[in-house]
Write a protein that binds this ligand. Structure first.
Ligand SMILES: [Zn+2]
Ligand SMILES: [Zn+2]
Length: 103
């Protein structure tokens, strides 16, 4: 087993929590990140519309993804700027990440 070191990385709050309103043709829909899936590299999306309920996919999610920041330092690199997300300016949150290192 390789030793693991814990490092502090930063991420945008939107990396794990994001919700936006998308206006469709006849109504508005709430699109959000699935709060039960905390995989930053493969986030899961939910929409309140009927199409999503039936097919687990809908065009509103694509619109929401364009508004979404989702920056995390481990995946995207970069540094917080004055404690804020370098992409959208929300206050960056520290997260502890375990990394394997070569012995
Ligand atoms: Zn939808
Ligand atoms: Zn951000």
């Amino acid at each position: 087993m390789k030793p693991v070191v814990i490092v502090t990385m930063f991420e945008c709050p939107s990396a794990v929590e994001f919700q936006t309103i998308v206006t469709g043709r006849d109504s508005t829909h709430v699109v959000k990140l699935d709060p039960n899936v905390q995989d930053r590299n493969n986030p899961s999306w939910q929409c309140s519309c009927r199409t999503f309920a039936a097919r687990k996919a809908c065009p509103h999610i694509e619109i929401a993804q364009k508004r979404w920041c989702g920056w995390n330092q481990a995946t995207h690199g970069g540094e917080p700027v004055l404690g804020r997300c370098p992409r959208c300016g929300q206050r960056a949150k520290p997260v502890l990440i375990g990394r394997e290192v070569e012995a």
